[in-house]
Design a binder for this molecule. Structure first.
Ligand code: AR6
Length: 200
């Protein structure tokens, strides 16, 4: 398939990438706090209070300036489906976009729209700052319990739709902690329509 590495099959890969709208959509295994990018997306909660998972890792690696900026600028938190920006402290990035995905409550509380909206809000913040490279986690797919395959599809479709439009982003990489999550995202990327004109 145009733009993907390796041959199709069940082989687990540590990374993969393809072209979407002339930009790169990549998948990588690993710890997002170690990824150099203009911006890193966080999976936060609506109190912006920090917590476990990728949020805890980002605050630990970024240092106390992230929480200080969140408390100072967003004392009322951030609604589910939205995102706010801070600088990135000690992280190898310029910005952190704290996006709030939905907690999975069975699927009838607007979770799919809220999850797509959280990604779109982070991508809007990226445009406002002319971000060219962005690293994203699997929002809501950990502690918030969103089903893996469905959540991966929503994440991949939201970012792919953005890359097909007018954007400053040249490279968006989902950084995924577990093999299972990586494989769910890989399957979601495989479902994207191919773009023969963009394949190189
Ligand atoms: N790098 C990349 N991915 C990671 C990392 C990391 N360092 N650490 C965990 N993941 P979660 P949520 C993966 O639980 O479901 C927090 O307490 C993880 O394996 O971090 O949106 C917040 O404060 C999973 O695939 O976020 C909120 O209260 C994905 O990141 C709540 O959890 C997201 O899992 C948000 O829950």
């Amino acid at each position: 398939m145009a733009g993907t590495h390796g041959s199709p099959g069940r082989r687990t890969e540590a990374s993969s990438e393809r072209r979407v709208g002339g930009r790169i959509l990549a998948l990588a295994r690993g710890d997002i706090t170690r990824f150099a990018a203009d911006a890193i997306v966080n999976a936060a909660n609506s109190a912006l209070a920090g917590g476990g998972g990728v949020d805890g890792a980002i605050h630990r690696a970024g240092g106390p300036s992230l929480m200080a900026e969140l408390r100072g600028r967003y004392p009322e938190g951030c609604p589910t489906g939205d995102a706010v920006a801070t600088e990135a402290g000690e992280l190898p990035a310029r910005w952190v976009f704290h996006a709030v995905g939905p907690r999975w409550l069975g699927g009838r509380q607007g979770e799919p729209d809220l999850l797509a909206s959280a990604y779109r809000a982070a991508l809007r913040l990226a445009e406002e700052r002319s971000v060219r490279t962005i690293a994203l986690p699997a929002i809501s797919l950990g502690i918030y319990g969103y089903p893996l395959a469905e959540g991966a599809d929503i994440a991949v479709r939201a970012v792919a739709a953005h890359l097909r439009g007018r954007t400053t982003i040249e490279r968006a990489v989902f950084v995924l902690f577990s093999t299972e999550t990586f494989e769910a995202f890989r399957r979601a990327v495989e479902q994207l329509p191919s773009e023969p004109m963009d394949g190189r």
